[in-house]
Design a protein around this ligand. Structure first.
Ligand code: GDP
Length: 363
């Protein structure tokens, strides 16, 4: 029941409030209806695939959100979309970019990205943020850090998926990469910040791995593990500008010498050390030329394709491992508690308890 205005009571002596008349729609009801229907329409797999192949950014973004969704009902659909897009993937150069915070990754990506789009490329910038799990926020790939690039119609920037284990975040980023490729992005940049594991994840999905360092700071200061340096196909000494140029050149020659002591790369291409100034946009073209040269060489010697094959295999096994663990622990949740207690009470050995749980699961 709606309450009438107290002012409308016959006893009320003040101003009377009229009921009012219906206002005309601001928009033709036809148009309003159409927009609403489109907005509310649940997209089908066909809609997603068609939109992605037509390079519709809105649909691409929605498809990536679908891929990132933890909801069971989205998972099957996301995989259908990815599988349908797969034939249109792979025709890109996938570049991983890492370095400690402050090394200049986002400044570099902005300069490098603008250079690439000026050359007629379409680039997608994705990120794997190892901190996202804890902070539920992204320290990487956020648009405010790359304002110029974010407004470039030929660049697509997507922050790191924000929830889940690093493995899960990495898998989703790899799948987002496929969708971007199907949407016509021919260069994919995947950024991460160095804590070891996330670099390995990025390395397992890119063709070329770029490490950004700064001159002068020791390796320990830069948090760079030897393993990460070994993975790098090129090391860029950034901030080679102003009074820093000489130090950058010195660092370059020291690193070049150090790299000689590392085992040779499987790619058959010797890793390079280059200097650049992301800020002053210097050395950017040389880095791209270097990447192209690497791609040409590895395409000729067959490494490019075989590495991608190995990466696909790696991700199949990763998914099997992840799924086995998740399914086992969720199905055996109750029994595990019982066995745990028996192990603590020395009633049964840890080994036997584990085997009983596993045998029961696979029965
Ligand atoms: P990120 O944390 O690795 O993404 O680093 P940022 O791109 O945010 O850069 C960190 C700081 O270094 C910022 O203040 C940048 O302006 C500065 N910076 C980045 N690249 C250069 C460069 O080439 N030269 C100089 N002088 N400063 C730079």
């Amino acid at each position: 029941m709606t309450l009438d205005h107290p002012e409308n009571s016959p006893e009320y002596e003040g101003l009377k409030v009229n009921k009012g008349i219906p206002q005309p729609d601001a928009m033709s009801p036809d148009v309003f209806d159409r927009i609403h229907r489109i907005k509310r329409r649940v997209l089908t797999v066909d809609d997603y695939v068609e939109g992605i192949l037509k390079a519709d950014i809105n649909i691409l973004s929605q498809a990536i959100t679908l891929v990132e969704s933890a909801k069971d009902e989205h998972k099957g659909m996301a995989q259908d979309v990815i599988n349908r897009c797969l034939p249109s993937t792979g025709r890109s150069v996938r570049i991983g970019i890492t370095g400690v915070p402050g090394a200049g990754k986002s400044t570099f990506i902005e300069s490098f990205g603008k250079f690439l789009t000026s050359q007629g490329h379409k680039i997608a910038v994705l990120a794997i943020d190892p901190s996202s799990e804890r902070s539920k926020g992204s320290i990487l790939g956020d648009k405010t850090r790359m304002e110029e690039l974010a407004s470039d119609p030929n660049a697509y920037i997507r922050p790191s998926p924000s929830a889940g284990s690093l493995g899960g975040v990495a898998r989703k980023t790899r799948e987002a990469m496929f969708l971007c490729e199907a949407a016509g992005y021919d260069i994919i940049l995947i950024e991460t910040v160095g804590v070891g594991q996330s670099e390995i994840a990025v390395h397992s999905m890119v063709d070329f791995f770029l490490l950004i360092q700064i001159a002068g700071a020791g390796d320990e200061l830069q948090g760079i593990k030897r393993g990460i340096m070994e993975m790098a196909d090129t090391i860029v000494i950034n901030k080679a500008d102003g009074s820093n140029v000489q130090r950058a050149e010195l660092s370059k020659s020291q690193l070049q010498t150090a790299l000689h002591f590392f085992p040779p790369h499987e790619s058959g291409v010797e890793p390079k050390v280059l200097t650049a100034s992301a800020y002053e946009k210097k050395g950017i073209k040389e880095i791209w030329d270097n990447i192209l040269e690497y791609c040409n060489k590895t395409q000729q010697n067959g490494y490019f394709e075989s590495k991608r094959g190995e990466q696909s295999k790696y991700w199949m096994y990763e998914t099997i491992n992840e799924q086995l663990r998740d399914r086992f622990y969720s199905k055996q949740k109750e029994r595990i508690k019982v066995e745990e207690q028996r192990v603590i009470n020395n009633e049964i050995s840890s080994f036997t308890a584990a085997f009983e749980l596993l045998d029961d699961y696979f029965k």
